[in-house]
Design a protein around this ligand. Structure first.
Ligand SMILES: C[S@@+](CC[C@H](N)C(=O)[O-])C[C@H]1O[C@@H](n2cnc3c(N)ncnc32)[C@H](O)[C@@H]1O
Length: 224
């Protein structure tokens, strides 16, 4: 069976902030795995479930909904249990979505789950697609009509209650064409050129010279 897993970002709460990619993934799949904090697997407190139901209503589709108990205790065995539910669902359904609030890049469990899925089933990991979404803070900025960054300002995102050492991921934007990237320092860099556009290039390191303005660098937190 050709298995396909989508990790779908739901946006901050309004189904109208879902992307077309997210809606297409819901159309394509036959089951949607939805996290719930309730240990009886109900969706009484699940914002994600409400967004998914709204999305399915907009699409006029019905899909099997699989509860994924996610107590948010940051325990490895909980993530293993969640990853196992996803992998079990993929045994019965060729295409499955797992959903996460806001954008998957920001404090989401999906990368803990993907690390475990990678170990347990490399083929599923490799065919998995992560669908980006609207973050809570992009939406907050929009509803209050206040920019997050203007001119030469920078943006900081901080955990309010860190459990240990706080690592930093740095996003570097608006380069000058022809600039030498030595000034950006060293680290676990990726370079993203013309993403989703013609001539898209994603390099898992820092390129030496900037060729085009649509270039973004991310110096990822070293997590190992
Ligand atoms: C586990 S993080 C998930 C963040 C999410 N992935 C994102 O892209 O915004 C949960 C935190 O995001 C913020 N958040 C998410 N959705 C929100 C909303 N609809 N309204 C206000 N804050 C929200 C709150 O600070 C909340 O404690």
């Amino acid at each position: 069976m050709n298995q396909k897993l989508y990790m779908v970002s739901l946006g901050p709460g309004d189904a109208q902030l879902l992307t077309l990619k997210a809606l297409n993934a819901f159309k394509e799949c036959s089951a949607i795995c939805v996290p719930t904090k309730s240990d009886d697997n109900s969706f009484r407190k699940s914002i994600s479930h409400t967004i998914v139901q709204d999305a399915l209503h907009i699409l006029g589709e019905e899909k099997e909904i699989i509860p994924v108990y996610s107590p948010m205790h940051f325990l490895y065995e909980d993530w293993v249990h969640e990853a196992d539910i996803i992998l079990e669902t993929l045994k019965k359904h060729e295409c499955v979505c797992f959903v996460t609030l806001g954008d998957a890049a920001i404090y989401s469990s999906i990368y803990y789950l993907l690390d475990i899925i990678k170990e347990k089933n490399l083929a599923v990991y490799e065919s998995c697609e992560v669908i980006a979404g609207v973050t809570s803070f992009s939406a907050a900025s929009a509803v209050s009509k206040k920019a997050l960054c203007l001119g030469d300002e920078q943006l900081t995102i901080k955990p309010i209650n860190p459990r240990g050492e706080v690592l930093t991921t740095e996003i570097l934007m608006r380069p000058k064409i022809g600039m030498d990237t030595k000034v950006l320092g060293e680290g676990d860099f990726y370079t993203y050129e013309n993403m989703y556009l013609k001539d898209e290039k994603i390099t898992p390191s820092k390129i030496e010279k900037v060729k085009c303005y649509m270039t973004l660098f991310i110096n990822y937190a070293r997590r190992d």
